[in-house]
Write a protein that binds this ligand. Structure first.
Ligand SMILES: *Cc1c(COP(=O)(O)O)cnc(C)c1O
Length: 454
């Protein structure tokens, strides 16, 4: 059924719309979006009458206010997921934020103050990261996927890379490591089966013996099973065995570690240093996962391979911006000076159950809730690291008759909790103590508007 919708001009001229020539084009676009939605809904039989011009104009105003608010807004992560990709992964340290602010204006990004000549944006960061990681050289791009893409494109051509079917990881939002590795033109040769891959499978790929191969593959790609694990009748050569095979055949091992731990954390996540010492020639990982820094992609390994990546044309397309370089440098300084425990991610990991319980009790009391609202909970690291690894945590169960509706109201007020077993939980492990006051204020504001909350 088709609707008799008002004309665009009539809506734009309605007095409910703030008139400003600058806003006119965005208002027009919003009107068109709304009219298109109404037509779709009419076709689907969801509505049979067009709304009043005034109602549409008010909806335009509401959407205008939304798009004219600077985003992303800050939120408090009370989900218990430490590295929540949708919430921006690792929160940055104060030093990293200060460094980003300092770099935001004009800065010595690629400039040598001493000589006044062109410099490199990684002049100071490179030796520091290389020393921390135990790598000959390090390069930085804008995220982990970019590091993988650059490594496979620069090192895996011609001939492509050999990858076990047991390591064909999908990392989230439908993105698959094998497809990202191939996006720059390097062929990915799948070998083995889902559960079992043998050294001979890799050897066949390097020798050019797989169906369709016209030459041997240039490299081995190893992908860390960052978000799942396999058990049962499984086999996978070790990284060390693959490195030995690669050396014998003159093919480097590119290892996508993803999570990028430098050690000193709970759980059994492999570290970059371990991967390198086991023989990986080039390790790629993210800056905003277990490293606890900004969104960035790091490539650590031999000088020859890192140099190949640095000089590849893609490197220019994938380079990190000045604020990223600044935040990553501040994060690296924290590690190098033995202050890694000051990084927000590491602080989240360090709380003991008793400390969290004390914080939860105090916060519950401040909100006037009974001590019966404190729950033992489970926090997870998230962000594609430590599959199945949970950390004991403590949460406050929000007293409400409608957890889902209260969760929505709290999100609008800037606090993201987690609904579990019919309760809305606010997990204290992912909340910094300095955020507690704002969290309490948001909860009070929501409670004031709901009859089902004390
Ligand atoms: C997270 C992850 C990536 C992608 O890193 P981004 O920083 O999200 O681009 C690639 N590979 C693995 C194994 C990962 O865990």
């Amino acid at each position: 059924m088709s609707l008799r919708l008002p004309r665009v001009d009539r809506i734009l001229d309605h007095p409910a719309l703030a008139s400003s020539p600058a806003l006119r084009s965005i208002q027009k676009r919003l009107v068109n979006d709304i009219l298109a939605e109404l037509r779709r809904r009419a076709l689907a039989g969801e509505i049979s009458e067009a709304p009043e011009v005034e109602a549409i104009a008010r909806e335009v105003e509401r959407r205008l206010a939304e798009v004219m608010t600077p985003r992303p807004r800050a939120l408090i992560n009370a989900t218990g997921v430490l590295l929540h990709t949708n919430l921006g992964r690792a929160p940055l340290s104060r030093a990293a934020v200060a460094a980003m602010t300092a770099a935001a204006g004009t800065c010595e990004l690629e400039f040598e103050v001493e000589t006044g000549r062109r410099g490199s944006r990684l002049t100071w960061l490179r030796p520091l990261l290389a020393a921390l990681l135990g790598a000959e050289d390090v390069h930085v791009v804008n995220n982990g996927a970019a590091a993988l893409l650059l490594a496979c494109t620069a090192v895996g051509r011609p001939g492509g890379v050999v990858l076990s079917r047991g390591q064909m990881v999908e990392i989230g939002d439908g993105f698959r490591v094998a497809e990202m590795a191939a996006a720059g033109g390097a062929q990915v040769w799948e070998v083995g089966s889902t559960n079992r891959t043998h050294l001979a499978d890799y050897a066949a790929g390097l020798a050019g013996e797989l169906p369709g191969q016209s030459r041997g593959a240039a490299a081995i790609l190893w992908v860390h099973l960052s978000n799942f694990s396999q058990a049962g009748f499984v086999h996978q050569p070790t990284l060390g065995e693959l490195a030995a095979l690669g050396r014998e055949r003159g093919a480097p091992v590119v290892a996508d570690l993803g999570s990028g731990s430098l050690g000193g954390i709970v759980g059994e996540e492999p570290t970059v240093q371990e991967y390198l010492s086991q023989g990986a020639d080039l390790v790629t990982f993210s800056g905003d996962k277990l490293l606890g820094g900004p969104q960035a992609g790091l490539l650590a390994g031999s000088a020859a391979l890192v140099g190949k990546c640095r000089r590849h044309p893609l490197a220019r397309a994938l380079r990190p911006d000045k604020t990223t370089v600044a935040a990553l440098h501040a994060t690296a300084i924290a590690y190098a000076s033995g202050q890694a425990d000051t990084l927000p991610l590491r602080r989240m990991m360090a709380w003991s159950e008793d400390q969290l319980r004390a914080r939860a009790e105090a916060l519950g009391q401040r909100l006037g809730w009974s001590s019966g609202q404190v729950r033992t909970s489970e926090a997870t690291v998230g962000g594609g690291s430590l599959p199945g690894d949970v950390m004991v945590s403590v949460a406050l169960a929000v007293p409400t008759a409608d957890p889902a509706a209260t969760a929505t109201a709290l999100r609008r007020a800037g606090v993201v909790g987690r609904v579990s077993a019919g309760e809305l939980l606010l997990d204290l492990r992912t909340v910094a103590p300095e955020e507690e006051e704002a969290l309490a204020a948001a909860v009070r504001a929501v409670a004031a508007g709901r009859k089902d909350m004390p």
